[in-house]
Design a protein around this ligand. Structure first.
Ligand code: ADP
Ligand code: ADP
Ligand code: ZN
Length: 215
Protein backbone atom coordinates (compact mmCIF):
# COMPACT_ATOMS: atom_id res chain seq x y z
CA UNK A 1 0.00 0.00 0.00
CA UNK A 2 1.26 3.47 -0.91
CA UNK A 3 -0.39 6.54 0.58
CA UNK A 4 0.09 10.29 0.66
CA UNK A 5 -0.63 12.34 3.78
CA UNK A 6 -1.46 15.83 2.62
CA UNK A 7 -2.01 18.95 4.67
CA UNK A 8 -0.41 22.28 5.59
CA UNK A 9 2.53 22.55 7.99
CA UNK A 10 1.45 21.43 11.45
CA UNK A 11 -1.58 19.48 10.20
CA UNK A 12 -0.30 16.30 11.85
CA UNK A 13 1.22 14.42 8.90
CA UNK A 14 4.38 13.40 10.73
CA UNK A 15 2.49 12.44 13.88
CA UNK A 16 0.12 10.18 11.99
CA UNK A 17 2.89 8.75 9.82
CA UNK A 18 4.82 7.72 12.95
CA UNK A 19 1.70 5.93 14.22
CA UNK A 20 1.28 4.05 10.94
CA UNK A 21 4.94 3.03 11.03
CA UNK A 22 4.55 1.69 14.59
CA UNK A 23 1.18 0.01 14.03
CA UNK A 24 1.38 -1.26 10.45
CA UNK A 25 5.07 -1.62 9.69
CA UNK A 26 4.87 0.87 6.86
CA UNK A 27 7.79 3.14 6.02
CA UNK A 28 7.56 6.94 6.32
CA UNK A 29 9.25 8.90 3.57
CA UNK A 30 9.39 12.49 4.77
CA UNK A 31 11.20 14.82 2.39
CA UNK A 32 11.45 17.34 5.24
CA UNK A 33 13.27 14.80 7.46
CA UNK A 34 15.53 13.70 4.60
CA UNK A 35 16.39 17.31 3.73
CA UNK A 36 17.15 18.12 7.38
CA UNK A 37 19.45 15.09 7.50
CA UNK A 38 21.22 16.35 4.35
CA UNK A 39 21.62 19.82 5.86
CA UNK A 40 23.06 18.33 9.04
CA UNK A 41 25.47 16.12 7.09
CA UNK A 42 26.53 19.06 4.91
CA UNK A 43 25.98 17.17 1.64
CA UNK A 44 25.72 19.14 -1.64
CA UNK A 45 21.92 18.76 -1.46
CA UNK A 46 21.94 20.03 2.11
CA UNK A 47 24.02 23.04 1.19
CA UNK A 48 21.54 23.97 -1.54
CA UNK A 49 18.48 23.39 0.65
CA UNK A 50 19.49 25.09 3.92
CA UNK A 51 18.65 28.74 3.22
CA UNK A 52 15.52 27.84 1.25
CA UNK A 53 14.18 25.80 4.17
CA UNK A 54 15.04 28.47 6.70
CA UNK A 55 13.01 30.95 4.64
CA UNK A 56 10.03 28.56 4.49
CA UNK A 57 10.18 28.33 0.71
CA UNK A 58 10.16 25.16 -1.36
CA UNK A 59 13.30 23.27 -2.33
CA UNK A 60 13.53 22.48 -6.06
CA UNK A 61 11.36 19.72 -7.53
CA UNK A 62 14.46 18.00 -8.97
CA UNK A 63 16.11 17.70 -5.58
CA UNK A 64 13.12 16.33 -3.70
CA UNK A 65 12.02 13.93 -6.43
CA UNK A 66 15.63 12.72 -6.63
CA UNK A 67 15.77 11.90 -2.93
CA UNK A 68 12.37 10.15 -3.06
CA UNK A 69 13.57 7.96 -5.95
CA UNK A 70 16.71 7.01 -4.03
CA UNK A 71 14.69 6.22 -0.91
CA UNK A 72 12.24 4.02 -2.84
CA UNK A 73 15.13 2.06 -4.30
CA UNK A 74 16.23 1.05 -0.80
CA UNK A 75 12.85 -0.56 0.01
CA UNK A 76 11.67 -4.04 -0.78
CA UNK A 77 8.70 -4.03 -3.17
CA UNK A 78 6.24 -5.30 -0.51
CA UNK A 79 6.94 -2.48 1.94
CA UNK A 80 4.07 -0.01 2.24
CA UNK A 81 5.05 3.65 1.96
CA UNK A 82 3.64 6.79 3.55
CA UNK A 83 4.61 9.92 1.66
CA UNK A 84 4.78 12.75 4.20
CA UNK A 85 5.37 16.24 2.82
CA UNK A 86 5.74 15.01 -0.77
CA UNK A 87 4.47 15.77 -3.38
CA UNK A 88 4.09 19.51 -2.77
CA UNK A 89 3.80 20.80 -6.35
CA UNK A 90 2.21 19.64 -9.62
CA UNK A 91 5.59 18.66 -11.13
CA UNK A 92 6.34 16.59 -8.01
CA UNK A 93 2.98 14.84 -8.33
CA UNK A 94 3.90 13.95 -11.92
CA UNK A 95 7.32 12.72 -10.86
CA UNK A 96 5.79 10.58 -8.15
CA UNK A 97 3.55 8.82 -10.69
CA UNK A 98 6.62 8.04 -12.78
CA UNK A 99 8.74 6.96 -9.81
CA UNK A 100 6.02 4.60 -8.57
CA UNK A 101 5.19 3.25 -12.02
CA UNK A 102 8.83 2.43 -12.75
CA UNK A 103 8.89 0.37 -9.57
CA UNK A 104 5.58 -1.44 -10.11
CA UNK A 105 3.88 0.51 -7.33
CA UNK A 106 0.62 2.41 -7.37
CA UNK A 107 -0.96 5.06 -5.21
CA UNK A 108 -3.82 3.73 -3.09
CA UNK A 109 -4.93 6.67 -0.97
CA UNK A 110 -4.41 10.39 -0.64
CA UNK A 111 -5.52 11.47 2.82
CA UNK A 112 -6.07 15.16 3.31
CA UNK A 113 -5.88 16.40 6.90
CA UNK A 114 -8.29 19.33 7.09
CA UNK A 115 -7.28 21.91 9.66
CA UNK A 116 -8.07 25.39 10.79
CA UNK A 117 -5.13 27.59 9.80
CA UNK A 118 -5.35 29.66 12.96
CA UNK A 119 -4.51 26.58 15.02
CA UNK A 120 -1.40 25.78 13.04
CA UNK A 121 0.87 28.50 14.36
CA UNK A 122 0.17 27.24 17.86
CA UNK A 123 0.89 23.65 16.86
CA UNK A 124 4.11 24.54 15.12
CA UNK A 125 5.57 26.91 17.67
CA UNK A 126 4.97 24.24 20.38
CA UNK A 127 6.46 21.38 18.35
CA UNK A 128 9.62 19.53 19.35
CA UNK A 129 11.14 16.12 18.65
CA UNK A 130 13.35 13.55 20.35
CA UNK A 131 16.94 14.23 19.29
CA UNK A 132 17.69 10.49 19.37
CA UNK A 133 14.78 8.83 17.55
CA UNK A 134 12.79 11.70 16.04
CA UNK A 135 9.52 10.98 17.89
CA UNK A 136 7.31 14.08 17.76
CA UNK A 137 5.95 15.98 20.76
CA UNK A 138 4.13 19.19 21.62
CA UNK A 139 4.44 21.51 24.63
CA UNK A 140 0.74 21.14 25.37
CA UNK A 141 -0.89 18.60 23.03
CA UNK A 142 1.54 15.68 23.19
CA UNK A 143 3.79 15.59 26.20
CA UNK A 144 5.97 12.58 27.01
CA UNK A 145 4.42 10.28 29.65
CA UNK A 146 7.40 11.00 31.92
CA UNK A 147 8.48 14.63 31.68
CA UNK A 148 11.76 15.02 29.79
CA UNK A 149 11.96 11.35 28.72
CA UNK A 150 11.07 10.14 25.21
CA UNK A 151 8.23 7.55 25.27
CA UNK A 152 9.71 5.68 22.36
CA UNK A 153 13.44 5.41 23.11
CA UNK A 154 14.00 6.81 26.61
CA UNK A 155 16.15 9.63 25.22
CA UNK A 156 16.38 12.83 27.25
CA UNK A 157 17.48 15.29 24.60
CA UNK A 158 14.98 17.11 22.47
CA UNK A 159 15.21 19.66 19.68
CA UNK A 160 13.20 22.31 17.88
CA UNK A 161 13.36 23.19 14.20
CA UNK A 162 14.84 26.56 13.19
CA UNK A 163 11.95 27.09 10.73
CA UNK A 164 9.24 26.52 13.36
CA UNK A 165 8.73 30.20 14.10
CA UNK A 166 5.64 32.28 13.43
CA UNK A 167 7.06 34.30 10.54
CA UNK A 168 8.34 31.30 8.58
CA UNK A 169 5.13 29.40 9.25
CA UNK A 170 3.16 32.11 7.44
CA UNK A 171 5.38 31.72 4.38
CA UNK A 172 5.05 27.93 4.52
CA UNK A 173 1.26 28.19 4.72
CA UNK A 174 1.21 30.53 1.73
CA UNK A 175 3.37 28.04 -0.21
CA UNK A 176 0.91 25.29 0.71
CA UNK A 177 -2.09 27.26 -0.51
CA UNK A 178 -0.41 28.41 -3.73
CA UNK A 179 1.41 25.25 -4.80
CA UNK A 180 0.31 22.19 -2.84
CA UNK A 181 -3.47 22.48 -2.38
CA UNK A 182 -3.88 22.79 -6.19
CA UNK A 183 -2.58 19.22 -6.72
CA UNK A 184 -5.60 17.69 -4.94
CA UNK A 185 -7.82 17.72 -8.06
CA UNK A 186 -5.31 15.44 -9.83
CA UNK A 187 -6.04 12.77 -7.23
CA UNK A 188 -9.72 13.61 -6.90
CA UNK A 189 -10.13 12.78 -10.57
CA UNK A 190 -8.79 9.30 -9.76
CA UNK A 191 -11.22 8.87 -6.86
CA UNK A 192 -8.50 8.21 -4.25
CA UNK A 193 -8.87 11.28 -1.98
CA UNK A 194 -10.28 10.95 1.54
CA UNK A 195 -10.65 13.80 4.01
CA UNK A 196 -10.07 13.60 7.73
CA UNK A 197 -10.81 16.20 10.41
CA UNK A 198 -7.29 17.11 11.48
CA UNK A 199 -8.60 19.26 14.33
CA UNK A 200 -9.74 16.20 16.27
CA UNK A 201 -7.37 14.82 18.89
CA UNK A 202 -4.44 12.66 17.78
CA UNK A 203 -6.13 9.32 18.60
CA UNK A 204 -9.34 10.30 16.81
CA UNK A 205 -7.39 11.32 13.69
CA UNK A 206 -5.51 8.01 13.80
CA UNK A 207 -8.81 6.11 14.08
CA UNK A 208 -10.27 7.96 11.09
CA UNK A 209 -7.18 7.14 9.02
CA UNK A 210 -7.42 3.51 10.16
CA UNK A 211 -11.00 3.37 8.85
CA UNK A 212 -9.87 4.63 5.45
CA UNK A 213 -7.00 2.18 5.15
CA UNK A 214 -8.98 -0.76 6.52
CA UNK A 215 -7.62 -4.03 7.87
P1 ADP B 1 3.18 18.09 10.14
O1 ADP B 1 4.06 16.88 9.96
O2 ADP B 1 1.92 18.02 9.34
O3 ADP B 1 3.92 19.38 9.93
P2 ADP B 1 3.21 17.32 12.99
O4 ADP B 1 2.72 15.91 12.95
O5 ADP B 1 4.64 17.55 13.24
O6 ADP B 1 2.69 18.11 11.67
O7 ADP B 1 2.33 18.08 14.12
C1 ADP B 1 2.63 19.43 14.49
C2 ADP B 1 2.57 19.56 16.01
O8 ADP B 1 1.21 19.43 16.45
C3 ADP B 1 3.36 18.50 16.77
O9 ADP B 1 3.95 19.10 17.90
C4 ADP B 1 2.31 17.46 17.17
O10 ADP B 1 2.66 16.82 18.40
C5 ADP B 1 1.05 18.29 17.31
N1 ADP B 1 -0.15 17.58 16.82
C6 ADP B 1 -0.25 16.71 15.77
N2 ADP B 1 -1.52 16.29 15.60
C7 ADP B 1 -2.26 16.92 16.55
C8 ADP B 1 -3.66 16.90 16.89
N3 ADP B 1 -4.55 16.16 16.21
N4 ADP B 1 -4.05 17.69 17.93
C9 ADP B 1 -3.17 18.46 18.62
N5 ADP B 1 -1.84 18.51 18.34
C10 ADP B 1 -1.39 17.76 17.32
P1 ADP C 1 6.04 20.66 7.60
O1 ADP C 1 5.56 19.26 7.74
O2 ADP C 1 6.06 21.40 8.89
O3 ADP C 1 5.40 21.41 6.50
P2 ADP C 1 8.45 19.59 6.37
O4 ADP C 1 9.35 18.96 7.37
O5 ADP C 1 7.62 18.70 5.52
O6 ADP C 1 7.56 20.64 7.15
O7 ADP C 1 9.30 20.53 5.40
C1 ADP C 1 10.20 21.47 5.90
C2 ADP C 1 10.78 22.28 4.74
O8 ADP C 1 11.52 21.40 3.88
C3 ADP C 1 9.76 22.95 3.83
O9 ADP C 1 9.35 24.22 4.32
C4 ADP C 1 10.55 23.06 2.52
O10 ADP C 1 11.51 24.12 2.59
C5 ADP C 1 11.33 21.75 2.50
N1 ADP C 1 10.57 20.65 1.85
C6 ADP C 1 10.13 19.51 2.43
N2 ADP C 1 9.49 18.72 1.54
C7 ADP C 1 9.51 19.41 0.35
C8 ADP C 1 8.99 19.15 -0.93
N3 ADP C 1 8.30 18.03 -1.21
N4 ADP C 1 9.22 20.08 -1.90
C9 ADP C 1 9.91 21.20 -1.65
N5 ADP C 1 10.41 21.53 -0.46
C10 ADP C 1 10.22 20.63 0.55
ZN1 ZN D 1 13.16 9.07 21.28
Amino acid sequence: MNIILLGPPGAGKGTQAQRLVAERGMVQLSTGDMLRAAVKAGTPTGLKAKAVMEAGELVSDEIVSGIIGEALDKLSPETGVIFDGYPRTAPQAESLDALLGERGRQLDHVIELEVDEDALVDRITGRYTCATCGAGYHDRYKQPKVAGVCDTCGGTEFKRRPDDNEETVRTRMAEYRAKTAPILPIYEARGIVSRVDGMADIDAVAAAIGDILGG
